[in-house]
Design a protein around this ligand. Structure first.
Ligand SMILES: [Zn+2]
Length: 254
């Protein structure tokens, strides 16, 4: 039996995917920018359409609905044409390039500005309340497809959270923590407080025996780490019941 997905679960899952796509694009810009299509080399700036296309493809690969939506209007403050594109996965709007509208001089460590990962039922506020129109995916001469394949490979390689290696935070850039391993992790809650280390879900998985303090059979620990929380709970409850039913075998305190 599958448990039906609640709207909160769905939003959390969409937020996770959008965050990973954003982190993958920032990482690409930081380390191998020349492999990105020209319209993604300044991500998130001017990258609404291609980045949203990559996010939509990623969501569709996960059997999620995903359509691009756009507004084209005049900016009420500057009088200049304003175009922005993001993703609609009903009933949620997802935008991974909204922080490009953070005014000049903002978005620093103390003042995070607009978020780089927006997931909500309402269209993003920086589209000024204009009703979005459906639009087609970005045109692709092969570059977007290659970027998509790279992102997909990254997502598939992400180890389970309990195996993620912790890495020192060495910098803050584009709304993300830059880790000592070179990977970037989105950080929307940036204030004056700087975490010293964060788990990196792009680094190679850490062996379970390094996650737990090994005092005996490390192979058994690795096996234990592969279990789900529910399976571990059942196992521990069984062991506990066994000890209660045969108290003579209780270990003497050391
Ligand atoms: Zn890493």
């Amino acid at each position: 039996m599958t448990i039906p997905e609640t709207p909160a679960d769905r939003k959390a899952d969409l937020t996770r995917t959008a965050t990973l796509v954003r982190e993958a694009l920032l990482h690409a810009r930081l380390h191998h920018r020349d492999t990105l299509p020209a319209n993604l080399q300044h991500f998130p700036h001017g990258a609404g359409e291609p980045a949203s296309t990559l996010l939509a493809w990623t969501l569709r690969a996960q059997d999620r609905p995903a359509e691009l939506v756009t507004v084209q209007t005049l900016d009420s403050r500057t009088g200049q044409p304003f175009t922005h594109t993001w993703v609609h996965s009903a009933p949620f709007h997802l935008d991974v390039t909204g922080d490009q509208f953070t005014p000049e001089g903002r978005g620093t460590r103390r003042q995070p500005g607009l978020t780089g990962v927006y997931v909500a039922r309402l269209p993003p506020p920086w589209t000024q309340g204009f009703l979005p129109n459906a639009t087609s995916d970005a045109p692709d001469d092969g570059g977007l497809q290659r970027a998509f394949e790279r992102i997909t490979a990254w997502l598939e390689a992400i180890p389970a959270p309990r195996f993620q290696a912790r890495q020192k935070v060495v910098d803050y850039w584009q709304g993300a923590d830059v880790l000592a391993c070179g990977h970037v992790r989105h950080n929307p809650h940036k204030t004056g407080y700087q975490p010293r280390a964060r788990p990196c879900h792009f680094c190679e998985a850490q062996a379970a025996r390094r996650t737990y303090r090994a005092t005996g059979d490390t192979a058994a620990l690795d096996w234990f780490a592969t279990l789900t929380d529910e399976a571990r709970g059942t196992l521990i409850a069984d062991l506990h019941a066994q000890r209660l039913s045969s108290p003579d075998e209780e270990l003497a305190p050391s």
